[in-house]
Ligand binder design. Structure first.
Ligand code: CA
Length: 224
């Protein structure tokens, strides 16, 4: 199930939003400051962002994420009478907004719509590769692949963004939930890519799926 990062410094509102989304079956991550939000964003599929945050404010959070190329959908919650700041949030790359106090049911509906838009399909087909997202099962040439959860997450991350280069650090954040600037050994990524390639029957010298981008990281081959 998708992971939603709720960024809200008001404990009561945080509880309300979190409970409603949990009730829908989403996994919730909670951040109470803008800095935490930026740190935790790589682990989330969508962010519900309060604009009025102490320290690093909502608009700055959006800007930092977009500059770092994190494209997760962002639903902004803004207080009434802050049209200017809301427009700025949208200009910086927020995807949708609601004015507080908002209907929790409407918020849930917006979250669902944003997730649907960002994941238009329940399956990915690339060449002879097929991945069912809900069932978390991958197939190659109709044959089911025996992938560990980490291998599957790695494959999904790369395959959902063909042509996009992922640095080892970004993959560690996304797949392993590592914090920014953490000291986790980046060779873990290389080991898992090697495992995954073996299971996919992919030759790194003539990759059909996962390409090494020298000095940068990995990317999924774009199939036309
Ligand atoms: Ca607030």
């Amino acid at each position: 199930m998708e992971r939603i990062l709720v960024v809200e410094d008001d404990p009561q509102l945080a509880h309300l939003v979190t409970a409603a989304l949990q009730h829908e079956g989403y996994t919730i991550l909670l951040a109470i400051s803008g800095l935490d939000a930026v740190e935790m964003a790589p682990q989330a599929d969508l962010m519900v962002l309060d604009l009025g945050l102490p320290g690093l404010g909502g608009p700055e959070v959006i800007r930092e994420l977009r500059e770092a190329d994190w494209n997760l959908p962002i639903l902004v919650l803004s207080a009434q009478g802050t049209e200017e700041i809301r427009v700025r949030a949208l200009e910086l790359g927020a995807d949708d907004y609601l004015t507080k106090p908002m209907s929790v049911r409407e918020m849930v509906a917006r979250v669902r719509a944003l997730l649907r838009r960002s994941r238009p399909t329940q399956e990915i087909r690339i060449g002879d590769l097929r991945i069912l997202l809900k069932q978390r099962q991958a197939f190659r040439a109709q044959q089911p692949l025996d992938l560990s959860p980490t291998e599957l997450d790695l494959l999904l991350t790369l395959a959902q963004n063909p042509g996009e280069v992922w640095s080892r650090e970004r993959l560690l954040q996304r797949v392993w939930g590592a914090e920014r600037g953490s000291t986790v050994d980046e060779r873990v990524v290389d080991s898992y890519v090697a495992l995954l390639r073996r299971k996919l029957g992919d030759d790194p010298k003539t990759p059909r799926y996962i390409e090494t981008v020298f000095g940068q990281g990995y990317r999924f081959v774009q199939h036309t």
